[in-house]
Design a protein around this ligand. Structure first.
Ligand SMILES: NC(=O)c1ccc[n+]([C@@H]2O[C@H](COP(=O)([O-])OP(=O)(O)OC[C@H]3O[C@@H](n4cnc5c(N)ncnc54)[C@H](O)[C@@H]3O)[C@@H](O)[C@H]2O)c1
Length: 456
């Protein structure tokens, strides 16, 4: 650790004592963290210590030189759990602003429900912290610009959390596509179906959930004031006031993956349809949704359509994968790996079989054959045989750790160029949020992916 940093951290005790007396009501002061030399530890704090907060924190800590110093959560039981899991000396609080005041925190992980992402991210960047923010980056399309502006102004590193793109499977799919293995893309389909109560977001609710153990008012943020409801707090994904439905929760992973592989910046027209088919448990978001997204031609790819689907009541065969289809083959990605299948049409179209040829008179068939033979050589009649190449990720490939590794490497080098910076994050979040707009408004939504604005 550099001398200046050590000296600065010496003031920590006094500052945190001050912070703890300040409470939620008072405005908080901003203390910038120091720059981090390559040998320094990066000290992290997690804001939102629910399911993914635990997974993210553990993935971050699987990297060398990372230390968890603090955590915030609105449910007391989860603060107790932090100490049981990560150590009793971890500073815990219900008020994330106390974390932002601590000079010993270099980076924060924002792992709250979606409706808090933009606010905590912006506050953290303004407090001089690097930010790892969970997907979807924002809850509403109109929140994206402020996050990007705050990130640019801060000079800090930010990573959005669709960690799958940091795995070997997506790297291989990108390599294959860029090598021209499937020709020009024309269609992509990707789905994420489930068939279980937990899969449909009905997570367990602790028996001690009450207004005493949960800071319900803070949780609500700008949502309509409603009396305490443990179901809404612990199963927030089911309510559009806090979550972003299947689109923000799952389409966002699918679209981020496709953007990463194709180098796409996004669609220009989005239409979604769906309904609440099975989980009629008070939720106000659909459990089945299908979206069609039109991608314009760019320097990176031809124009193509993408169809996304989530079905939370799929009692049929579930085969969750992403298929990128081109004029010369297909790249099929799933958790198990990548399958590249290649085939190429011959130049000659062929005739006979289910064709009009047999309806011609004998004389005309003979004439047609003569003309066809003159037009096409033997070589023109041969297509490329179907070839299938399988890629299996190396054992132990840890996409979640890698996603954090990229974040931390950029923090250490003072760079803002993460694999999923807020521009990449927003270019995935906005179209999926537009799926929700399309579903609720029952109309297609126009999006300009270049300047990241809704079309009028
Ligand atoms: N990248 C992935 O694969 C992945 C997987 C799951 C979840 N996520 C994302 O992670 C986020 C959290 O999801 P989860 O499943 O962990 O939810 P969760 O309900 O299990 O945990 C959220 C926690 O945030 C806390 N919280 C809410 N508002 C807060 C605030 N203002 N300050 C501090 N804490 C606050 C809650 O008390 C709760 O414990 C979501 O945005 C979700 O989309 C990402």
């Amino acid at each position: 650790m550099g001398t200046s940093r050590r000296k600065f951290l010496g003031t920590l005790g006094a500052v945190s004592a001050l912070a703890s007396t300040q409470g939620f009501a008072k405005p908080f002061s901003i203390i910038k963290s120091l720059s981090i030399s390559p040998n320094d530890k990066i000290r992290i704090a997690t804001i939102g210590m629910g399911i993914q907060g635990h997974y993210d924190t553990k993935a971050a800590l699987r990297n060398e030189g990372i230390e968890l110093v603090a955590a915030a959560d609105l449910y007391t039981g989860r603060l107790d759990r932090v100490k049981q899991t990560f150590g009793k000396d971890i500073f815990t609080t219900r008020d994330y602003r106390e974390i932002l005041q601590r000079p010993d925190v270099d980076a924060v992980l924002v792992v709250t429900p979606d409706h808090w992402h933009d606010k905590i991210t912006i506050d953290a960047l303004q407090a001089g912290k690097h930010v790892y923010c969970e997907k979807p980056m924002v809850h509403q399309i109109n929140q994206g610009k402020a996050v990007i502006d705050a990130w640019k102004k801060s000079g800090k590193t930010m990573q959005v959390g669709s960690q799958r793109i940091s795995g070997a499977v997506f790297a291989e799919a990108k390599r294959l596509l860029q090598a021209g293995e499937i020709g020009e893309i024309n269609y992509v389909e990707s789905n994420s179906d489930r068939f279980s109560a937990i899969g449909a977001w009905n997570y367990s609710i602790p028996t001690d959930a009450s207004p005493a153990t949960v800071d319900w008012d803070t949780f609500l943020r700008n949502a309509p004031k409603t009396p305490f409801d443990a179901k809404q707090f612990f199963r927030w994904r089911n309510y559009k006031e806090y979550g972003t439905g299947v689109a923000g929760d799952l389409f966002v992973h699918l679209i981020t993956g496709v953007h990463h592989v194709t180098d796409s910046i996004g669609p220009e027209r989005i239409f979604a349809s769906g309904g609440l088919s099975y989980w009629k448990d008070g939720r106000n978001v659909p459990d089945v949704m299908v979206a069609i997204l039109d991608y314009p031609k760019t320097a990176q790819h031809s124009d193509f359509q993408m169809v996304l689907r989530v079905n939370f009541a799929n009692a049929g065969t579930i085969n969750n994968n992403t298929r990128i289809i081109g004029t010369e083959g297909q790249i099929d990605l799933s958790g198990n790996g990548v399958v590249l299948s290649k085939k190429k049409l011959p130049k000659a179209p062929g005739y006979s079989g289910y064709d009009s040829y047999f309806t011609f008179s004998d004389e005309q068939q003979a004439e047609f054959k003569k003309s066809y033979d003159a037009q096409y050589s033997e070589a023109d009649r041969k297509g490329e045989p179907v070839k299938e190449i399988k890629f299996t990720p190396p054992v132990g490939d840890d996409e979640h750790k890698n996603h954090f590794a990229d974040f931390f490497a950029n923090v250490r080098s003072g760079s803002q160029k993460t694999i999923e910076d807020p521009i990449v994050g927003f270019r995935a979040a906005a179209p999926v949020l537009a799926c929700n707009d399309s579903y609720f408004q029952k109309k297609p939504i126009g999006w300009n992916p270049t300047d990241m604005k809704l079309k009028k």
